[in-house]
Design a protein. Structure first.
Length: 306
């Protein structure tokens, strides 16, 4: 370094030192900001809350005279045993009596097994889970699930047992008046109430409000998925797949945005009419960040912080 700077003017050396000091200060500031930022909730944590708080359950498992409200799509995606069992009782709110052959399974252990299917972790310390023979018996009866991220990605790709569709409208009055029951809009996206309510307080509150107002009863009676109509001026439909993909996988993948057939969102049409150029990737990321804040979906918001 001394040899490099030996021929420099003193003012240039001072300028270089100031640049290094400024860069160091920015790095420290960035580190402190990262430490101060609340930790984003992961898929695993949100799935643990989903199991504990029972948002939008659609089937009841009865084991040793105890009811376990659960989510059909989650268990079917995670466990071959439940996939077969649940297919025989497709109706909403079905009560299924559990008959388990593995010896020694009591109520706490059964709950821990369900917790494992939701999170990939048993959620309790029990020496029986260290017993190889019991684990082998459980795997023989229930099957061995993939990792949580693999099964949730499969659930996103195939949308088995989907129970909600997301539609988009530029008519804010339509969104306000008919937030869940119109049969007219294109580019609907399938999803699961369990997942979107677990990952986003916005969707959770919306679905709980529908339950309180009795709108859910109509959907259940007709056996039709709930339709949520979103205002495209707030959530452009071109971002919907990116948002859903992140909800199911914890991965922010902007390539999903540019391979989506619905990239012609309202905001893009308005920009073209106004003679504005197409949005840059940075502008899209910023818009997606603000949408994540609106949805209270911290994993997506922090994923856009680059």
């Amino acid at each position: 370094m001394r040899e490099l700077l030996s021929g420099w003017d003193v003012r240039d050396v001072n300028a270089l030192v100031e640049e290094y000091e400024g860069t160091s200060a920015l790095k420290e500031l960035s580190l402190q900001a990262s430490l101060a930022r609340p930790e984003a909730r992961t898929l695993q944590k949100d799935m643990a809350d989903l199991y504990e708080y029972k948002y939008c359950t659609d089937v009841d498992l009865i084991f040793q005279e105890t009811c376990f409200p659960v989510h059909r799509a989650i268990l079917a995606a995670r466990c071959p045993f439940f996939k077969t069992l649940l297919s025989s009782s497709p109706e909403y709110g079905a009560e299924i009596i559990m008959d388990i052959n593995t010896a020694g399974i009591d109520m706490p252990m059964f709950s821990a097994l369900l917790h494992y299917l939701y999170t990939g972790e048993f959620g309790m310390e029990d020496s029986r889970f260290q017993n190889v023979d019991i684990l082998v018996q459980l795997s023989e009866e229930f099957g061995t699930p993939n990792s949580l991220d693999v099964d949730m990605r499969g659930l996103f790709d195939y949308m088995c047992y989907y129970d909600v569709v997301l539609s988009f409208s530029s008519d804010s009055e339509l969104v306000e008046a008919f937030g869940g029951n119109q049969n007219c809009l294109d580019d609907e996206l399938k999803a699961h109430k369990a997942v979107i309510s677990a990952r986003s307080p916005f969707f959770r509150n919306l679905l709980q409000r529908r339950i309180r107002t009795g709108e859910e009863i109509t959907d259940r009676t007709l056996r039709t998925p709930t339709r949520i109509i979103l205002d495209e001026s707030i959530i452009p439909k071109k971002y919907a797949k990116v948002i859903l993909h992140c909800m199911y996988t914890d991965v922010v993948d902007l390539s999903v945005l540019h391979c989506s057939p619905s990239v012609g969102s309202l905001s893009e049409v308005q920009a073209l009419v106004a003679g504005k150029p197409n949005m840059t990737r940075a502008e899209e990321a910023m818009e997606l960040y603000h949408i994540a804040l609106f949805l209270e979906f911290n994993m997506l918001a922090q994923g856009m912080n680059f």
